[in-house]
Design a protein around this ligand. Sequence first.
Ligand code: UT7
Length: 325
Amino acid sequence: MTCIRSVVAGCGSYLPERVVTNADLAKFVDTTDEWIVSRSGIHQRHLAAEGELTSDLGLAAAQAALDNAGLTVDDIDLIVMATTTPDDTFPATATKIQMKLGMHHGAAFDIQAVCSGFVYAMSVADNFIKTGQSKGALVIGAETFSRLLDWEDRTTCVLFGDGAGAVVLKPEEGTGELSDRGMLTAHLHSDGRYRDKLYVDGGPSSTQTVGHVRMIGKDVFRHAVVNIADVITEALDATGYTIDDIDWFVPHQANRRILEGTAKRIGLPLEKVVMTVGQHGNTSAASVPLALDTALKDGRIKSGDLVLLEAMGGGFTWASALLRW
Ligand code: UT7
């Protein structure tokens, strides 16, 4: 039996030039490098320059992913963009990137699942490809999350940063075996009852403002470890793999302690966890492709590896995906 799988043909990422260290932050926020590192593992974050927009970050990552794949926009017909910080309320930031890439065919749209956005977007694009509706898709996660921060709220502003990452997905025909390359399984969840644990206190319909991030960190932390472990188990159960089969775990980069807690809960050695949170903080929908690109470029992820993606964020939303590289 033949089977179409979505294969990652290329990956790219982009971080704004400006680096803000914990020591820099401590000059205007009541915090310390010691507190931020010990509670979150974050050492620095990148912040977009004035006038630098989410579409600029996403475009750079998208172009890098196409170049890495050796493809052009002629090879894709779909852009699925995960972002919580669109340039404008509408149109979708994906359409701006489509225009800037010189692409005038196919479809481009944004999806909103906050920090889980990239894994959601991968799953959406995967379904387009598996059903034959797309012959090639750009999946982008890009954020200027700093623009949602209340710089007087030390419990949130030290944790986030700006960035972007992208992959190109192409269909590949296989035998249907788990050894075939590509997306093997994806699992998406949400539960709106937890809205008040992590949200933005503004929006076009409610306040006609953009609003600021509000979070009950301790509660999010507790739910994160449980939900992430559960959705990983779901991916393993769906494929029959065990945790020992995983070569690389590429999680959402929110907090080093969440990743350590999750790894312990699922019995995965920390050496298999790709951890970049220290270098760019929590970049929401951009964090999974930023970590993915890092592990691809430094040669850790190789052809044939089993790679597990995971994310959890506001909503709550949470998701996992398992790929044979
Ligand atoms: O992307 C998904 C969404 N986000 C997450 O996954 C984040 C989940 N949560 C977390 O990562 C952690 O809960 C935090 C890093 C946000 C906080 O760590 P915590 O160990 O849960 O700390 P806490 O909130 O219990 O705060 C401990 C203390 C408090 O002081 P008191 O009340 O004990 O005197 C805070 O006021 O730390 C204080 N504090 C700070 N001190 C210095 C809070 N923020 C800061 C700060 N600098 N920036």
